[in-house]
Design a protein around this ligand. Structure first.
Ligand SMILES: Nc1ccn([C@@H]2O[C@H](COP(=O)(O)OP(=O)(O)OP(=O)(O)O)[C@@H](O)[C@H]2O)c(=O)n1
Ligand SMILES: C[C@](O)(CO)[C@H](O)COP(=O)(O)O
Length: 229
């Protein structure tokens, strides 16, 4: 059994406010995206990697992949307006039985968690990495008033990778496209088909680098947990 990896990296990084795609920002001298790609490129069960890039950055991506010797990159393909559009396009280039979708902006996913996801997706067919939330979460209305407080015991902050049997994810993406449904992750597209998605507990290092504060946290993670991430 082999797995294909789709790395959505075609965003504009608006919340980062940098004048460059946040995935090219260096961490310990290496672009964030390369840290991410290195987590997958040597795994024995990874058959092919598809990187989804902003159309204007495909050449840069090709140069980085070559410069850092990233293995198993099958294609670097153009993304779309939304993350969902980018992944939809990336999926069309895969020929594996399983797929793992992982944000290019999450450089610290652990190998142990990737292995757990790989074992689980072969049994369950749909799985996502996540962590229990630490804050109390509130549902707030458009006027800024709290409507409800969900029981924190049942709340998880879902990350990536999210892994699926490829046929399941393709069907979910087609249904979402037909229904014009836009989700913020891949699992929500599978859930809306009425299918169960399992959560594997990861850890709090697996941050998505989104705003400037995350760069400070990322440097600290790399400095204090470099052997683990
Ligand atoms: N149209 C898009 C939007 C996002 N992504 C990717 O999806 C991942 C998670 O998205 P996010 O962190 O929101 O990145 P951006 O969309 O770039 O950030 P922002 O919303 O701040 O612009 C990132 O690796 C990003 O590059 C993508 O491939 N295509
Ligand atoms: C997919 C994701 O990383 C799960 O937490 C998150 O939903 C991506 O959100 P973004 O706004 O596209 O970064």
């Amino acid at each position: 059994m082999k797995c294909g990896i789709v790395i959505p990296a075609a965003g504009r990084g608006r919340r980062m406010g940098a004048n460059v795609n946040k995935q090219f920002i260096p961490l310990d001298g290496k672009p964030i995206l390369i840290h991410t790609l290195e987590k997958f490129s040597r795994l024995p069960w990874v058959d092919e990697i598809v990187i989804v890039s902003h159309p204007d950055e495909i050449t840069i991506m090709e140069q980085l992949v070559q410069q850092y010797g990233i293995q198993r990159v099958k294609a670097i393909v153009p993304g779309g307006k939304e993350r969902q559009d980018s992944i939809y396009n990336g999926l069309t280039f895969l020929e594996t039985e399983y797929v793992m979708v992982h944000d290019g902006a999450r450089p610290f996913v652990k190998q142990t968690h990737l292995e757990q996801l790989w074992q689980t997706v072969q049994k369950i067919g749909a799985v996502a990495l996540g962590v229990p939330v630490k804050d109390t979460i509130k549902i707030v209305d458009q006027d800024g008033f709290i409507q409800s407080t969900p029981d924190r015991k049942s709340l998880w902050a879902i990350q990536t990778p999210q892994a699926f049997r490829l046929s399941i994810l393709r069907m979910a993406y087609e249904e979402a496209k037909k229904d014009r449904f836009l989700g913020t992750d891949d699992s929500s597209l599978v859930e809306r088909l009425g299918m169960k998605v399992m959560v594997v507990e990861g850890d709090y290092h697996n941050i998505k680098i989104t705003t400037p504060e995350d760069l400070i946290l990322a440097e600290s993670i790399l400095k204090h947990w470099s052997e683990e991430v």
